[in-house]
Design a protein around this ligand. Structure first.
Ligand code: AMP
Length: 540
């Protein structure tokens, strides 16, 4: 033998062991469901996770069992994650905002044997449990509570389970499943993506580096993105790896609650979808706060409007990192960090570069292809179907036998993008949302970015409305900002000079609210149902 390195499996338990050993007193702060704040540490999270793992085993749960969670981001949820995955079981985060019948479908499809639930969701459990065929244990995330005993008879209590003596983390193969997350299923039933210890660990290493999310033990991180949205983008794992302080928002996802946490806990980095930032910006402006501690935020899940990135930069001295990913990609697929050659770029050029979704970290490969599947050039101009492959990209959905890849082994994302010679990717649209006018494509993302740059517009969606001559023409569905009353012509004037004349929307339709899915994304299919015939109705 020439020599040998240690052969240690890549396991999630190693993350929490490391955090407990080398960042033992670093705080984890969470807002409880009753609004109070809980303070604990990495050391206590690790110990309690091992107690909980022992409690789960006592209930008869075994390696490979799927265990669901319906919960906010908080310390009990974190302990459940590490106990379940670290113990060799599969942590299945459920999105409580899904319609009950979708939730029932997902729990049954996953074959969950146990289900953790937060107080908020006790009525949901009470109302659906008769249909949850495989669930043997309902675990309430709190102390013994007569109200819960009445609402969910037979419930087990989290705080009782953590009374068990802690057990050691088991040795597992790194190719053991650790967690499960379903896609949002806007079209058809949601599909499960099963993550492995190995894929999750490689993803965790990759997202922490400076050219990705740039995480460090000096950070205080607020994952506003829920743990049920693609594992909170991997932040709980990466925070344990780096020993960062975590601030968990619980159910308080409104602007004022988030602002309060950012200020009181001196949050340096927060992550979430665009709809969250809109509420936070409004709350901070109203309160006259500059959110001084907040140096960086990560926006993903939907395109970040250029005006939002500018507001963070100019009004709050906060650098926005625009990132792209999917449930199927664990989720990080790209992040917009500059390269050495961009240092010293003029502010305008720098700002422009940073608008897109950025470049893939090591471990992810991206390409764009045409309708025949032929690769297109990375010249920043050609638009094509975005495909990816890598260490943490889905191969086969949960419970399926056929893989979901192209013949040459790539995963088709359903997005349309450009990629430039430096690898910087820009999402132009979802394939199904792009507006097709007279045979040409119009990016709904571009139009929305311009519409929301009007201070009187709180939210805007661009959709293709049916048109007798052009097949589709773009229209904007807009929600007015509180107290504002912008006119259609004012908004349409913003498009002059920013897009080609034929891309300027035909109309702006005001509405009270834009329907959002469970992860805060605009439901364009619902808008098309509602407003798709608007131009025809107007006599086009
Ligand atoms: P999900 O798996 O529900 O998180 O949805 C993934 C989809 O969200 C992607 O395929 C994109 O269409 C969209 N998405 C995620 N991040 C971004 C982003 N930064 N800009 C535009 N779209 C995004």
């Amino acid at each position: 033998m020439l020599g040998k390195m240690m052969d240690q499996p890549l396991l999630i338990s190693a993350l929490i062991k490391h955090a407990a050993r080398f960042h033992s007193d670093t705080e984890i702060v969470s807002r409880e469901t009753d609004g109070t704040l809980n303070r604990t540490s990495w050391q206590a999270i690790e110990e309690q996770s091992r107690r909980l793992m022992a409690g789960l085993r006592k209930l008869g749960l075994e390696q490979g069992d799927r265990i669901g969670t319906i919960a906010w981001n908080n310390h009990r949820h974190l302990k459940a994650w590490f106990a379940i995955s670290g113990g060799g079981m599969v942590c299945h985060t459920l999105n409580p905002r899904l319609a009950p019948d979708q939730l029932i479908f997902i729990v049954n499809d996953a074959g969950n044997k146990a289900l953790f639930f937060d107080k908020t969701f006790a009525p949901l459990i009470a109302g659906t449990r008769a249909h949850l065929k495989t669930v043997e244990h309902f675990i309430f995330m709190g102390p013994r509570d007569p109200e819960i005993e009445a609402a969910v008879p037979g419930a087990v209590f989290f705080d009782d389970l953590v009374q068990e003596a802690p057990q050691d983390w088991p040795a597992l193969d790194e190719n053991t499943p650790c967690s499960l997350c379903y896609t949002s299923g806007t079209t058809g039933n949601p599909k499960g993506v099963l993550y492995y210890h190995r894929s999750t660990m490689l993803h965790t290493f990759a997202i922490a580096v400076p050219d990705a999310l740039n995480l460090s033990s000096t950070d205080t991180i607020l994952p506003v993105v829920p743990m049920f949205h693609a594992n909170a983008w991997g932040i709980p794992y990466a925070a344990a790896m780096t020993g960062a302080k975590l601030v968990m928002p619980g159910p308080g996802l409104d602007g004022d609650s988030l602002l309060h946490l950012i200020e009181s806990e001196k949050v340096t980095l927060a992550l979430g979808v665009p709809t969250i930032w809109q509420m936070l910006i409004a709350a901070a402006k109203k309160a006259g706060s500059r959110m001084d501690s907040l140096k960086r935020n990560v926006i993903g899940g939907s395109a970040a409007a250029p005006s939002m990135i500018a507001t963070f930069r100019d009004d709050f001295d906060c650098e926005t990192l625009h990132a792209w990913g999917m449930t199927e990609t664990s989720p990080l697929g790209s992040a917009n960090q500059i390269k050495g050659k961009h240092l010293g770029l003029e502010p305008d050029a720098m700002a422009k570069l940073r608008l897109g979704q950025g470049r893939p970290p090591f471990g992810i490969d991206l390409r764009i292809v045409d309708e025949t599947g032929a690769p297109l050039p990375h010249d920043g101009q050609a638009e094509g179907a975005l495909q990816c492959r890598g260490y943490w990209v889905v191969d086969t959905y949960y419970g399926k036998t056929e893989n979901t890849l192209t013949a040459d082994g790539w995963f088709d994302t359903g997005d349309v993008a450009t990629i430039d010679a430096d690898g910087f990717m820009v999402i132009r649209d979802r394939t199904k949302d792009i507006i097709k006018s007279g045979g040409e494509w119009i990016s709904s993302v571009d139009l929305e970015g311009i519409a929301v740059s009007h201070p009187g517009v709180a939210m805007a969606a661009a959709i293709g409305a049916v048109h007798p001559k052009w097949d589709e023409r773009p229209i904007i569905i807009a929600v007015k900002a509180e107290g504002a009353n912008p006119s259609q012509s004012e908004i349409l004037a913003l498009f002059e000079g920013k897009v080609a004349k034929w891309q300027i929307p035909d109309a702006v339709v005001f509405t009270d609210a834009i329907p959002l899915n469970g992860t805060g994304k605009m439901l364009k299919n619902k808008l098309r149902e509602q407003f798709g015939n608007y131009l025809i109705d107007q006599g086009a």
